[in-house]
Design a protein around this ligand. Structure first.
Ligand code: MN
Length: 344
């Protein structure tokens, strides 16, 4: 939930929203041009594509858990993408991953979370493993998600929303574990109508791995022929995998797709080469297609895979568009109340 404002600058959403945003502020926005990806497909078995399928997809880098920061007073998160060079291109269509490792909150009679704030041009995806989050938005959408559930919110043309610990969870306190992912939208969908997909645990695609190695919950995309329930605007794969000690997981993604794995807990070997531990974020190269993971201990992994969106990205806080002019328009629209209304 960290908000980028260009190189070297970052603010929390709350601080952004209490800051007057004069037009001049965004003149310094860094334009992030994206290089053209080679999406040419070939079919013969002797082609580079065929070789890629048999090739191990090597690790580009392993990022250790970055420092924790608070989003509002309810989310104690590690903002993984802040440490990754050229992250908007390297992990497109993903824009942000904030991981909230298990943390025990004491009971409170107050609210914990983030008050009303806007989004435009992308999607926020909230995954809950422990604890419970309530969400309300200016389109009247909202709801509560608990362990195993996912809320897939398409902000698109713009919404206001607020995110809090669910009232009873806040009152009783307890362990909280969640993640929020931001997924970019292709240009043609950035100004579509907002949409809200509450995806409950029992709707997930379930793949029981061979030899009792563990379970992959398919939230979006497809794994071993099992599709996830989330509707997406570009090809996105999002899996929540639990491996038992000794369990093996094979991940085949086309080389052109961007792929990363967050080790939420446990310890795994990757491609029989690198050991990744709790809190590590593993980014793979765009060459080769075979990733093999073996669990040294019971482990929980979040797997991200996606077709890059080959368009310029200009981000200003909670707005992610293709041009600076569109960012200026988002700020104007927000200030004129065009994102609707929501009581805090
Ligand atoms: Mn938000």
């Amino acid at each position: 939930m960290l908000v980028f404002m260009g190189k070297g600058l970052s603010l929390t959403r709350r601080r952004l929203l209490t800051t007057v945003v004069p037009v001049g502020v965004f003149l310094g926005i860094r334009r992030r041009a994206m290089t053209t990806m080679n999406t040419e497909r070939q079919t013969s078995e002797t082609t580079p594509d065929a070789r890629a399928r048999n090739q191990v997809r090597e690790i580009e880098d392993v990022y250790r858990s970055p420092g924790l920061h608070w989003v509002g007073d309810g989310f104690r998160v590690a903002g993984y993408f802040s440490a990754i060079p050229d992250v908007v291109r390297r992990l497109s269509p993903f824009l942000l991953l904030d991981y909230h490792a298990p943390y025990v909150y004491s009971p409170t009679s107050g609210r914990r979370g983030v008050g009303v704030h806007p989004h435009r041009g992308f999607e926020t995806v909230t995954l809950a493993w422990q604890g419970s989050v309530a969400h309300h938005d200016s389109t009247g959408g909202g709801g509560v998600i608990g362990p195993g559930d996912v809320q897939w919110m398409t902000a698109a043309s713009g919404i206001l929303h607020k995110e809090y610990h669910e009232e009873r969870f806040a009152r009783e306190g307890g362990t909280f574990q969640m993640a929020q992912l931001w997924v970019n939208l292709p240009r043609q969908h950035k100004m579509a109508s907002p949409r809200y997909q509450p995806i409950l645990a029992d709707q997930m695609g379930i793949v029981n791995l061979p030899d009792g190695a563990g379970v992959v919950r398919v939230i979006a995309g497809e794994y071993r022929g099992v599709k996830g329930p989330a509707k997406t605007f570009s090809e996105v794969h999002l899996f929540d995998a639990r491996l038992d000690a000794g369990g093996k997981l094979e991940l085949p993604f086309p080389a052109r797709q961007n792929v990363a794995v967050l080790v939420m807990n446990g310890e795994v070997g990757i491609n029989e080469e690198v050991t990744a531990r709790e809190g590590d974020f593993v980014l793979f190269k765009n060459a080769g297609e075979r990733i093999s993971i073996d669990a040294h201990a019971g482990s929980q992994l979040l797997v991200l895979g996606g077709e890059p969106i080959d368009e310029p990205v200009v981000q200003y806080g909670p707005f992610v568009m293709n041009t600076e002019r569109e960012i200026a328009q988002a700020i104007t629209d927000f200030n004129r109340g065009k994102f609707g209304h929501l009581e805090d």
